[in-house]
Design a protein around this ligand. Structure first.
Ligand SMILES: Cc1cc2nc3c(=O)[nH]c(=O)nc-3n(C[C@H](O)[C@H](O)[C@H](O)COP(=O)(O)OP(=O)(O)OC[C@H]3O[C@@H](n4cnc5c(N)ncnc54)[C@H](O)[C@@H]3O)c2cc1C
Length: 411
């Protein structure tokens, strides 16, 4: 008998379940090997990236972008919608939701993250403004309705020039007649995730659609810009806060703030026995080439990768089997994407150039196509290595470039 509990109803929870069921296969007896999935949301698991794509742009419903539902109705699997887990007791192996206490043998936190909310006391410009955040279908529906009603004399300001902020700006420019401005505190948009040429490429696409992007604003300059623009609608997209509170209250190790996640090893194991975590709620502690690293995933691919690893371990029995099944998130290839104005920008590997030993190498750049390699210095005489590939387009040249990850470049 194995009773599994998964807290969360996003892609990490869904992938964990899928991986567990596949790994357990015919060994599982659904009358005793049960899975309970708890989600605060009223919707069955859906693809969150669609919140600011299909849902915002075309009004799709969560059901229309749902993750495959068949596994949720497998015998022994129970999905608890609109159910908040309020406490976890790792020693007793129980959790509490509403008035009910559930016993579990193996537990997974897949609690995700929420938008980082700005504090009105330190950001007085928020007062009396129509402020939107975007994380849930409900956020999306409210913003979509609002944008559709705007006139050319109206102004939308997006605070934050990360990927989600730029996607919101492209939606605002597509759905409304308003003037759209993006205000970014850093020196460049998407600087953490993209090489500089790709960031500039995105800015150029926004300029073509009449969106003004202003970077390098400190808090005072940001407030002054908002006063000047007097926006009808403000969309705030300044990052996510990992949902760690439940784990923290249960005495499970959580990282240091800001940015804290539930600490897991590269296989998704937390500090508590029989407890794993996957998706946006975690920070992964491990080593790459003998160097300690902490990775804080915030993308769908990472949630799927960790969920897959965790699901396999849930199904494994016996110490040897569990060890063999573990695997490592840090050795899996990372993939990300953003879709703006119908143009899909793909990232394979680690494409940011924030560290000193990284540089970019531009292979191709036009309004329709882009290929940029992110290159790390190799050992002396050994050549440089492609650590990330950023592309737009589908031509044979662009497709071929995606295979360059890990290639050693001759000097
Ligand atoms: C608008 C938007 C656009 C995005 N676009 C992209 C993209 O283009 N590409 C990409 O790779 N990534 C994108 N992302 C990121 C990606 O969606 C996330 O990385 C991924 O969805 C994380 O999945 P998750 O399951 O960890 O968390 P979530 O999807 O946040 O799910 C967490 C779940 O946990 C539940 N929960 C939390 N606490 C409790 C509790 N106490 N009790 C019960 N349930 C609880 C919540 O209700 C929720 O259902 C986007 C994110 C957003 C917000």
């Amino acid at each position: 008998m194995t009773r599994i509990a998964i807290i969360g109803g996003g892609v990490a929870a869904h992938t964990t379940l899928k991986s567990y069921l596949a790994a357990a296969g015919g060994d599982r007896d659904p009358s005793t090997d049960t899975v309970d999935i708890f989600t605060t949301e009223p919707h069955a698991p859906y693809r969150r990236p669609e919140v600011n794509k299909g849902m915002l742009l075309t009004g799709k419903t969560p059901a229309e972008v749902a993750l495959p539902g068949g596994i949720l109705t497998e015998p022994g699997v129970t999905l608890h919608l609109s159910t908040v887990v309020t406490a976890v007791d790792p020693a007793a192996h129980t959790l509490t939701a509403g008035d009910t206490t559930y016993a579990w043998d193996r537990l997974v936190f897949a609690t995700g993250a929420g938008p980082r909310l700005l504090d009105p006391t330190t950001n007085p410009w928020l007062a009396d403004r129509d402020v939107h955040y975007i994380r849930t279908p409900e956020h999306s529906a409210a913003l979509r309705t609002r944008l559709a009603g705007l006139a050319p004399t109206d102004t939308v300001v997006v605070v934050g020039g990360g990927v989600l902020g730029l996607e919101a700006a492209s939606a605002a420019a597509t759905l409304s007649d308003a003037q759209v401005h993006v205000l970014e505190m850093g020196d460049e948009v998407c600087a953490r995730m993209l090489p500089p040429t790709a960031s500039r490429w995105l800015r150029d696409r926004h300029a073509e659609h009449g969106v003004t992007v202003t970077c390098g604003l400190d808090a005072a300059a940001l407030a002054a810009q908002i006063d000047r623009l007097d926006p009808t609608v403000v969309v705030v997209s300044v990052g996510a806060v990992r949902d760690t509170m439940l784990a923290e209250d249960a005495g499970i190790a959580v990282g240091e703030r800001p940015g804290a996640g539930i600490i897991v090893d590269p296989a998704g194991r937390t500090s508590a026995p029989d407890v794993w975590a996957a998706g946006d709620c975690v920070e992964v502690h491990g080593e790459v080439d003998g160097v300690p690293v902490i990775v804080r995933p915030e993308d769908e691919g990472s949630a799927r990768t960790l969920g897959t690893l965790v699901g396999r371990q849930l199904a494994a029995t016996g110490t040897a089997a569990a060890t063999a099944e573990r695997g490592s998130y840090l050795t899996e290839q990372r993939r990300g994407w953003t879709n703006q104005y119908g143009l899909m920008l793909n990232i394979v590997g680690d494409a940011g150039t924030a560290s000193d030993d990284r540089r970019e190498q531009v292979e191709l750049s036009s309004p329709e196509e882009l290929v940029v390699f992110t290159v790390a210095s190799g050992a002396p005489g050994a050549g440089d290595v492609v650590t990330g590939v950023t592309t737009v387009g589908r031509s044979p040249e662009v497709r071929a470039a995606k295979n360059a990850l890990g290639t050693v470049l001759t000097a």
